[in-house]
Design a protein around this ligand. Structure first.
Ligand SMILES: Cc1ncc(C[n+]2csc(CCOP(=O)(O)OP(=O)(O)O)c2C)c(N)n1
Length: 548
């Protein structure tokens, strides 16, 4: 006989988990106790949002489910940002959440939440374990479900009294996750459609981000002469210096680029759900009936044709499909080269935004360039949500090998926790976490987690004194009517030092290089506080431009 909590700790290890991000709670004390001395390391965080976002970042980095735990009620609701992001970003995540005792369920007990209702919209599964004997099977199913089809979050609620039950059940290992190889006929048909097209466009998403996926993407593009556009935050999965690079389908890309891409006479979408962001609000391609035929390759058949009329749907592993496609003979014509060259010229022109001298602070591009010139090639980048990331998209030399962790779903707060999680996972590599002055104070207290665990990220803060992204939208919609977007900030370098980190302030473009060098050389967490220009509200627009 074993205590249920001990069995659960053994099950976590049997499923291959080695790290749990959490904030403790009295509702799962027995599990905390069981994790003492377990091979599953407990990383104690300062906010459940931070813990959950660390688990999401860890999953993005490893390709395996992230693991987090939170207490019932307020712990669970704080954690919800990570569940939402995992759903939006198709990231496998297992969340263990405390629950009131079984006999109290439905009585409106202290911190009671019906998780099925609360998380029902975002989680792939929400299971409450009332019988300790079913813990091994429930966890195994949760891990499998988190990874199958479209990956996503799964919640396991743990009634407090159940965790102290005795059980004879034994741990279960991982359940296989089905992955369909592409049928030869489907690959042949896709190859034939590509050969017949004059202006085909390959849109590649996060489903191609694995090492095999990237390799197969590069080979398939090369073999068929296909221009490659990358979905939001997937800029790192294909060499941006390749003549086949056709751009990054971020938020509202310039009209000239939309027009150029829209000339495609065939779209091959691989490893993407073709959501609202890369498709520019379902206009590129146009929903529900696109102007060009679509070949859609995705592991989850339910996603294919869900929004778009799809000429050829292939429910298969994206990397396997691309590898098979790369093996089909194809002739790359002059016309095809001219087409990809045109898209490549447009993409390059748009991203060519050398930073300028600004009267009100440092254009953030100076800092990004200084880091890009000095950081080791295998550095891992994490990005909060905000306009500052535009300069990273423009200036980082993405060559298809780097790892970048950003929130496709746009959640602010990933920058610092993501960097801490990545630094823990890859202690031998430099991890650079970028955040704005808005996002950094949402979850920046996880610097304390870096200090506690020995993680050594470099955090770079763009302090422009405003929720810049919203200010940009505000200036577009209501020029000059600035309200609710200004920020009063602390001295972030002093703030960093209070956590035991190195704190450096950058007030001029000239200071960016030495700051980058010092932060990258520092053997511990470091924070670069950039007093950034708000006038340069993005790499593409100034406030003055917007008001005109
Ligand atoms: C959790 C969360 N809250 C609010 C938003 C809406 N939002 C998107 S960007 C942004 C402002 C970001 O400001 P900052 O971090 O300073 O970066 P900047 O845009 O100035 O570079 C806000 C409030 C969001 N995406 N996520």
């Amino acid at each position: 006989m074993a205590r249920a909590a001990d069995l659960l700790a053994e099950c976590l290890a049997a499923q291959g988990f080695d790290r749990l991000f959490c904030v403790p709670g009295e509702s799962y004390l027995a599990l905390l106790d069981a994790l003492l001395g377990s091979p599953v390391e407990t990383v104690v965080c300062r906010h459940e949002g931070g813990a959950g976002l660390m688990a999401v970042a860890d999953a993005k980095l490893t390709g395996r489910p992230g693991l987090c735990a939170a207490s019932r009620g307020p712990g669970a609701t704080n954690l919800s940002i990570a569940l939402h992001l995992a759903e939006q970003d198709a990231v496998p995540l297992v969340a263990l959440i405390g629950q009131v005792a079984r006999w109290e369920r439905g009585l409106g007990a202290f911190q009671e939440v019906d998780y099925g209702r609360f998380f029902g919209e975002m989680a792939k599964g929400v299971w409450e374990v009332h019988d300790a004997d079913r813990l091994p099977e429930t966890l195994a199913r949760a891990v499998r479900l988190s990874m199958s089809g479209t990956p996503g979050p799964v919640v396991i609620a743990l009634p407090e009294d159940m965790l102290s039950d005795e059980t004879e059940a034994r741990p279960l290992g991982p359940l296989p996750v089905a992955s369909a190889p592409p049928g030869a006929e489907a690959v042949d048909r896709a190859a034939a459609m590509l050969a017949a097209a004059e202006r085909p466009l390959l849109i590649a998403g996060s489903g191609c981000a694995s090492p095999e996926g990237r390799e197969a993407l590069a080979r398939a593009a090369e073999a068929h002469g296909l221009p490659v556009a990358l979905t939001f935050k997937q800029q790192h999965i294909f060499d941006n210096a390749s003549p086949l690079y056709a751009g990054h389908l971020g938020f509202k890309i310039p009209p000239a680029q939309v027009e150029a891409l829209a000339e495609a006479d065939l779209i091959l979408a691989v490893g993407t759900r073709l959501g609202d962001t890369p498709t520019q609000g379902f206009t590129l391609p146009k929903a529900p009936v696109p102007e060009q035929p679509i070949i859609h390759v995705h592991p989850d058949p339910d996603r294919i044709g869900a929004v778009y009329r799809t000429e050829l749907g292939v429910a298969a592993d994206p990397a396997a499909f691309l590898a098979a496609l790369a093996g089909r003979n194809a002739e790359v014509t002059e016309g095809r080269r001219a087409w990809s060259g045109r898209l490549n010229d447009t993409a390059r022109r748009i991203m060519d935004r050398p930073p300028q001298a600004r009267p009100d602070g440092v254009e953030f591009g100076w800092m990004v360039k200084a880091l890009a010139e000095r950081a080791p090639k295998d550095s891992i980048l994490t990005m909060d949500a905000g306009n500052f990331s535009g300069w990273i998209h423009c200036h980082w030399p993405w060559d298809g090998t780097q790892q970048s962790i950003g929130a496709v779903g746009g959640a602010m707060g990933l920058g610092v926790p993501g960097a801490v999680a990545a630094a823990l996972r890859e202690p031998g590599r430099k991890v650079i976490g970028f955040a704005g002055d808005g996002g950094v104070l949402m979850t920046g207290s996880e610097l304390a987690t870096a200090a506690a665990t020995g993680a050594k990220p470099v955090i770079v803060i763009s302090d422009n004194g405003t929720y810049g992204t919203i200010r940009l939208h505000q200036e577009k919609a209501y020029p000059g009517r600035v309200h609710g977007t200004a920020l009063a900030n602390p001295d972030f370098a002093a703030w960093a030092r209070s956590f035991g980190a190195l704190g450096i302030t950058v007030e001029t473009p000239e200071e960016a290089g030495p700051a980058a060098e010092a932060a990258l050389a520092h053997d511990g967490p470091a924070v670069i506080h950039v007093k950034a220009s708000a006038e340069a509200i993005s790499p593409f627009l100034t406030i003055e431009d917007l008001r005109k």
